[in-house]
Ligand binder design. Structure first.
Ligand code: NAD
Length: 260
């Protein structure tokens, strides 16, 4: 149980981030929900988590493409809860195109949101964790942090970078009660993947089921999506005391993809 710990999950209004926030709240954490918008629905997500799990939860707007907002997220969370115990670097976007056609603004956005934000947010949180003698950083990387696919240059580069950052942070904090690991999901059915299904249906002319089975899940031997709750539970395990000696490593949740 993680009762009374404070957890921040970046990009947590949807998909894996939202499920991870729920998984941590279910284990007793107070959670900070984050995205780049500031709508009523964003604050409603935090209120819903608080009510459902009997913890405290707030929504803090911070655009993970902006270094100063990344760092301010930690300051705001610490001002509200008195510190930060668990950080899940989850915010991420995708764009698919061959390298020579890849728009520069998409490259820059993916590197900023999927990789650099993890550096900035971690840099701001680490002194608090080190001083407290306890902390957990979990980076949501990807099977694409360990393997490549064509047309995903920025995403693959960013996710490989996240795995490298994970190992470096783990070494810097080893023996100080703070661990840093990466969860590497295969395909998980979320809005990020929905867009890819629709694009591939248009390209192939296949129906949705055939596109999922033969195109999207082609590299995932189980031919099944991992679920958002399975990813949330994996993050929660890495935050537990049972995982205190697991650091600097990757946990694949990919139906066998990277066993190949
Ligand atoms: P999603 O689109 O459902 O959620 C992404 C979240 O990030 C949303 O809450 C969105 O608001 C937030 N976000 C986007 N840009 C942001 C910004 N600039 N600042 C702050 N927040 C921002 O996607 P998801 O599939 O749940 O992906 C979450 C993470 O998991 C990503 O890092 C993604 O690369 C990774 N991942 C996903 C899959 C998959 O198959 N879905 C597989 C491997 C890894």
């Amino acid at each position: 149980m993680l009762t009374g710990k404070t957890a921040i999950v970046t990009g947590s209004t949807s998909g894996i981030g939202l499920a991870t926030a729920n998984a941590l709240a279910a284990r007793g954490c107070n959670v900070v929900i984050n995205s780049f918008s500031d709508g009523k629905e964003d604050h409603a997500i935090a209120a819903d988590i608080a009510a459902k799990h009997g913890v405290e939860s707030v929504y803090v707007k911070a655009d993970m493409s902006k270094p100063e907002e990344c760092r301010a997220l930690i300051e705001k969370a610490a001002a509200r809860f008195g510190g930060v115990d668990i950080l899940v670097n989850n915010a991420g976007i995708q764009y698919v195109a061959p390298v020579d056609e890849f728009p520069i603004d998409k490259w820059n956005a993916i590197i900023a949101i999927n990789l650099s934000s993890a550096f900035h947010v971690s840099a701001a949180a680490i002194p608090m964790m080190r001083d407290a003698g306890w902390g957990r950083i979990v980076n949501i990387a990807s099977a694409h942090g360990l393997r490549a696919s064509p047309n995903k240059s920025a995403y693959v580069a960013a996710k490989h970078g996240v795995v490298g950052l994970t190992k470096t942070i783990a070494l810097e904090l080893a023996g100080k009660g703070v661990t840093c690991n990466a969860v590497c999901p295969g395909f998980v059915l979320t809005p990020l993947v929905e867009t890819q299904i629709e694009d591939r249906m248009r390209e192939t002319g296949f129906d949705r089921d055939r596109t999922i089975r033969e195109v999207i899940l082609q590299k995932q031997p189980s031919r099944e999506f991992a679920t958002i709750d399975q990813i949330g539970a994996s993050v929660a395990f890495l935050c537990s005391e049972d995982a205190a000696q697991i650091t600097g490593t990757t946990l694949s949740v990919d139906g066998g993809w990277t066993a190949q």
